[in-house]
Every structure is written in structure tokens, then in C-alpha cells.
Design a protein around this ligand. Structure first.
Ligand SMILES: *[C@@H]1O[C@H](CO)[C@@H](O)[C@H](O)[C@H]1NC(C)=O
Ligand SMILES: *[C@@H]1O[C@H](CO)[C@@H](O)[C@H](O)[C@H]1NC(C)=O
Ligand SMILES: *[C@@H]1O[C@H](CO)[C@@H](O)[C@H](O)[C@H]1NC(C)=O
Ligand SMILES: *[C@@H]1O[C@H](CO)[C@@H](O)[C@H](O)[C@H]1NC(C)=O
Ligand SMILES: *[C@@H]1O[C@H](CO)[C@@H](O)[C@H](O)[C@H]1NC(C)=O
Length: 365
């Protein structure tokens, strides 16, 4: 079973059991997974900007094709240098001051019956009270000295904005939506993308009384040489045998991509609750949410990452078994401090009001 509860995990995080590194994640990964002093950081990064920029796929294109919600350091820009952005950033919206990475995803919009669009607000995730929307990040490593942290300048993209059908990558979903059936993240206690009933790789077809959560999991293997590749994907790969599930950083990396990297996962909470009135939904009964790309299926969900941890702080956090937000070698920021960090909007357009079309037109990519 893959049942777990972060309440249990949080309790364990402070206990002697956690420090021994033995039973740390039993409730979460009973039946397999991390053993010994594994690490799992889980922390929130508040929104730093929402606008039409995409320095990976559309560098220097202003505006880019669709809106993104971006979190992390304030060096985010229409293009990103391959130098060490941790040194260029003067603030970050991430819980840990050492993390000036940038993380971004497409936004979700509500499409009303009358054809108008409204951006779905993001809210603070479970256990991240005080965050201003944004993304929760997970970095998982099964043991000390097993994964190699990313290098300055490293970036990658996962998912495919053009996909409109279920990807054929095996049984472990690498991106999914959780339909919370009760308020306060209620209705499911499965690990991300493992609930057979409430996790789907398409947008939920029914109203979700507690909102919708997105999860996006990145590959585990790196070629060890390239900080990037033309499609921002080919320098990383899944293990032989296919993608693993959340927090299972197992499997052998292929010889072309021999270096195991920490498993990165994004988690985003979308507050769809003010759009749950079926009177406003399409008359044909279809669900009303759409990615900022124009994708009404949700299969095209994707995540972008530019590494920006200070010095070797991420490597140390992985090797020293940091757990959730408990990591004495990292510096915590209060929400009211990190929420003040932002990047000025440079694309002059409305992305928030009721709109007759999606910013950029929602042309599919
Ligand atoms: C964090 O972990 C350290 C080292 O394992 C431990 O001493 C400390 O009590 C933990 N703190 C919390 C808040 O869990
Ligand atoms: C953002 O990128 C543009 C184009 O590359 C550059 O002209 C500008 O100086 C950058 N802004 C910052 C704050 O680095
Ligand atoms: C479209 O419907 C929404 C939701 O009912 C409403 O708030 C909005 O004002 C409507 N827009 C127009 C242009 O009628
Ligand atoms: C990890 O590597 C460091 C440095 O080589 C070493 O001190 C430490 O004992 C290693 N930890 C484990 C669990 O292998
Ligand atoms: C990872 O471990 C799980 C649980 O033990 C197992 O089911 C799965 O096949 C493993 N995956 C790979 C790629 O080895």
C-alpha cells in the first residue's frame, strides 16, 4: 500500500525514529523505497511572478506563448544565463534561503459557459501556511552519497505542452492531478500520483470540493556532462525499466545517462472551489478547466527547472538526510519575508481578470 499522511511524517520528523533514519518513511513507503539515512526535502516557494515568459523554451521571446506561474530567485528573466544564478539573486521566495532556483508551470484557467476565462488562484499547500500560492518542491535521495546534485547552470523540462493523450511510459504516472473531495486537502491519503481513484493524468472530470492539486515528477538520471540540451530533456532520462514513482529513487540509470540525480517533484494547489457551480460549466457536461496553453485535457502539464542552490548546499542536504523542512544546515525564511521577494512584471497584459481569450490565445503549445 502507498498510504501516507504528512501529519504522521511531520510527527516522525521530530522523533528519534527519524534521526535513526530507519523507520522514517515506513508509513509512506511501506513495501519499498528509501532505507537508511535517505533525504526528502519538502518546502514551499511562493509566487515570484506570473507572466508570459519562458526562458527555457522561448528565450528572449517577450511575450512567450502562454502564461506561467514562477517561483524562486529574483534572477528569473526572459533568458537565463548558464552562470551561477545563486550568486546573482538578491532574494528568493523559497523557504530555504540557499535556494534561488527557478521553478515554473503553466497556469490553469476556468472557462465559463459564456466563453470567458478567469485564472484559477493558487493557494498555500498543506503544511505551508503563509505561502503566497506558488509551488511546493520535493527533493528525494535514497541514501547519502547516492545522488549527485545539479550543477550551476543546469536546467531541465519535463512533460510535454503538446501532449493530449495519456503518455505511454509505463504504470508510474509522472504528472497527475489530485481531486480533493473534501476541504483541507481531504479525501485521499495516497502518495502523489498513486491514488487509483482521485489521481488522474488528465484534468478531473467532476467538481473537486477541496480543489485540485498538480504533481509533476522529474527524471532521475543525467548524462553527467550537459547542463542543457536543445529540447531541454535529452540530457536527462528515466532509469532502465522506466520512470519510478514518487520518492522511489531506485532503478539503474542507463549507460548514456549514468549519473543519478535527486528526484525533483513539483506540487501545486489550485483553488478551484469558486468555480464548482455546474451551472457555469459547459452545457455538454465537460469539465471547465484549461491549461494556459489552451489544453483542455491536462495531459500537457509540464514543469521547468533552472538550478540555483548556493554552493554545495543541496548536495549536503541530500547526503545529510534532511527531512521535510528539518535541515539544520539550511537557513529558513518566514513566509512574510520570502513573500516580499518578487520579479517586476515586464509583459504588459492582463492575466487575471475575466478575459475573452487566454493570454497568447491558447494556441496549444
Ligand atoms: C531535526 O533533525 C535534527 C537532527 O536529526 C534533530 O536534532 C532535531 O530535533 C530535528 N528537529 C525537528 C524540529 O524535527
Ligand atoms: C533580462 O534579460 C534581458 C535580455 O537578455 C537583458 O537585457 C536584461 O538586462 C535582463 N535583466 C536583468 C535584470 O538581468
Ligand atoms: C461570464 O460568466 C462569468 C461567470 O458566470 C461571469 O462572472 C462573467 O462576468 C461573464 N462574462 C461575460 C462577458 O458575460
Ligand atoms: C558519504 O561520503 C562522505 C564523504 O566521502 C563520508 O564522510 C560519509 O561517511 C559517506 N556516508 C555514507 C553513508 O556513505
Ligand atoms: C523500484 O522499487 C519498487 C519497489 O520495491 C519496485 O516495484 C520497482 O520495480 C523498482 N523500480 C525499478 C526501476 O527498479
Amino acid at each position: 500500500m502507498q498510504l501516507y499522511s504528512f501529519l504522521t511524517l511531520s510527527t516522525l520528523a521530530g522523533s528519534a525514529v527519524a534521526q535513526s533514519g530507519v523507520d522514517l518513511d515506513k508509513p509512506m513507503l511501506a513495501g519499498g523505497g528509501r532505507r537508511g539515512p535517505g533525504a526528502m526535502l519538502r518546502f514551499g516557494c511562493s509566487q515570484v511572478v506570473i507572466e508570459r515568459l519562458d526562458p527555457l523554451v522561448n528565450p528572449d521571446l517577450k511575450p512567450s506563448t502562454h502564461t506561467h506561474q514562477v517561483v524562486g530567485g529574483n534572477t528569473f528573466n526572459e533568458s537565463m544565463p548558464y552562470t551561477d544564478i545563486a550568486k546573482l539573486s538578491s532574494c528568493t521566495t523559497c523557504h530555504f534561503l540557499e535556494d534561488s532556483s527557478n521553478y515554473w508551470t503553466a497556469n490553469i484557467y476556468f472557462r465559463a459557459r459564456n466563453g470567458s476565462y478567469k485564472r484559477v488562484p493558487q493557494i498555500a499547500n498543506q503544511f505551508n501556511a503563509g505561502d503566497s500560492g506558488g509551488i511546493t518542491l520535493y527533493y528525494t535521495s535514497p541514501n547519502a552519497n547516492v545522488t549527485t546534485a545539479f550543477k550551476p547552470g543546469f536546467r531541465m523540462l519535463t512533460g510535454d505542452a503538446m501532449r493530449r493523450t495519456s503518455e505511454n511510459l509505463g504504470k508510474n504516472m509522472q504528472q497527475c492531478y489530485r481531486c480533493f473531495t473534501q476541504p483541507d486537502f481531504g479525501g485521499s491519503m495516497y502518495s502523489p500520483c498513486l491514488d487509483p481513484k482521485y489521481d488522474t493524468d488528465h484534468l478531473p472530470q467532476q467538481p473537486c470540493a477541496g480543489g485540485i492539486r498538480s504533481n509533476i515528477i522529474f527524471p532521475l538520471c543525467w548524462d553527467g556532462k550537459n547542463l542543457d540540451s536543445p529540447n531541454h530533456r535529452d540530457h536527462v532520462a528515466h532509469p532502465i525499466g522506466g520512470p519510478t514513482q514518487f520518492a522511489l529513487v531506485n532503478g539503474t540509470c542507463p549507460s548514456t545517462h549514468p549519473v543519478k540525480i535527486p528526484q525533483l517533484m513539483f506540487e501545486v494547489m489550485w483553488d478551484t472551489t469558486s468555480f464548482n457551480n455546474k451551472e457555469d460549466w459547459p452545457e455538454d457536461g465537460s469539465q471547465p478547466f484549461v491549461l494556459s496553453t489552451g489544453d483542455t485535457t491536462g495531459f500537457g502539464q509540464h514543469g521547468d527547472y533552472v538550478f540555483g542552490w548556493k554552493d554545495n548546499s543541496l548536495q549536503r542536504a541530500m547526503d545529510e538526510g534532511c527531512y521535510l523542512r528539518n535541515c539544520t544546515l539550511l537557513t529558513e525564511q518566514a513566509p512574510k519575508i520570502k513573500n516580499q521577494c518578487n520579479v517586476p512584471v515586464t509583459v504588459d497584459e492582463d492575466v487575471n481578470g475575466w478575459m475573452s481569450q487566454l493570454p497568447g490565445g491558447g494556441n496549444g503549445n
